[in-house]
Ligand binder design. Structure first.
Ligand code: SF4
Length: 231
């Protein structure tokens, strides 16, 4: 398994696209996808970032924060989405990156909600926190209410739950209660890597969402491109 060296990111992908999920759905954004994850979700659509059995697992580069800044600065966009894998495995490197980027940059971090974020990251970034529910079939512990509560202290923290079935919806409500998450920051997203699956899972939960105070959002990139990488 590759090692994360101090001062370096392991970069899996870098591309310019549209934010396909969450609170800033539809915003143009540059994505950096970091290598490695501390979970193993069964439906993960980026297994190439953490699964050594995936044929694309070894396609990553080691880059410094300033090298990342050089690469993202060529795009006509000042919104950066740091995704993975699990980006908070790189908290120190992300802090260095934040120090290099001018304040007008909007920065989002996609995290699975199992690792803490530093106060600087919580204040500077939009956190898109996606706790993993039963259908993700992880052996590791995926729900850490204390860490979720700490992440919720961020000035721009959103909780995004990917729902595949009734058991997921029930588990989501238990987590919201246990971690006392802000209900106006809950985004419910049907699981699916095809339009048909998104529709089926969305229709299965829409009536419950209507009376919950949560938001129901699709995965825009799946609707537009299907299950393709780097777009
Ligand atoms: S936390 Fe995200 S990147 Fe990691 S295995 Fe789960 S879905 Fe994949």
């Amino acid at each position: 398994m590759p090692k994360i060296e101090p001062g370096y990111f392991l970069l899996n992908e870098l591309f310019f696209s549209i934010q396909g999920e969450g609170a800033s759905l539809g915003q143009p954004a540059i994505f950096i996808r970091l290598h490695l994850c501390n979970l193993k979700c069964s439906w993960c659509d980026t297994k190439y970032t953490w699964d050594p059995n995936d044929p694309a697992f070894n396609n990553y580069k080691q880059l410094t924060p300033s090298e990342i800044v050089s690469q993202i600065s060529v795009y006509p966009c000042q919104r950066l989405v740091i995704t993975g894998g699990e980006p908070l495995l790189y908290s120190r490197q992300i802090e260095s990156l934040l120090e290099l980027l001018p304040p007008e940059w909007q920065i989002e971090i996609e995290t699975n909600g199992t690792l803490p974020a530093t106060p600087f990251i919580r204040e500077r970034c939009q956190l898109n926190i996606s706790p993993k529910l039963p259908s993700a079939h992880n052996r590791a512990k995926t729900i850490r209410p204390k860490i979720l509560g700490q992440l919720a202290l961020g000035s721009n923290a959103w909780f995004k739950f990917v729902i595949a079935d009734e058991a997921d919806y029930t588990a989501m409500e238990q987590i919201i209660e246990a971690a006392d998450l802000p209900r106006d920051r809950i985004i419910v997203m049907p699981e699916g890597q095809t339009v048909e699956a998104l529709r089926e899972h969305g229709l299965a939960i829409v009536e419950r969402v209507k009376v919950s105070g949560y938001r129901l959002l699709p995965r825009l990139h799946v609707l537009m491109y299907g299950n393709k990488r780097g777009i």
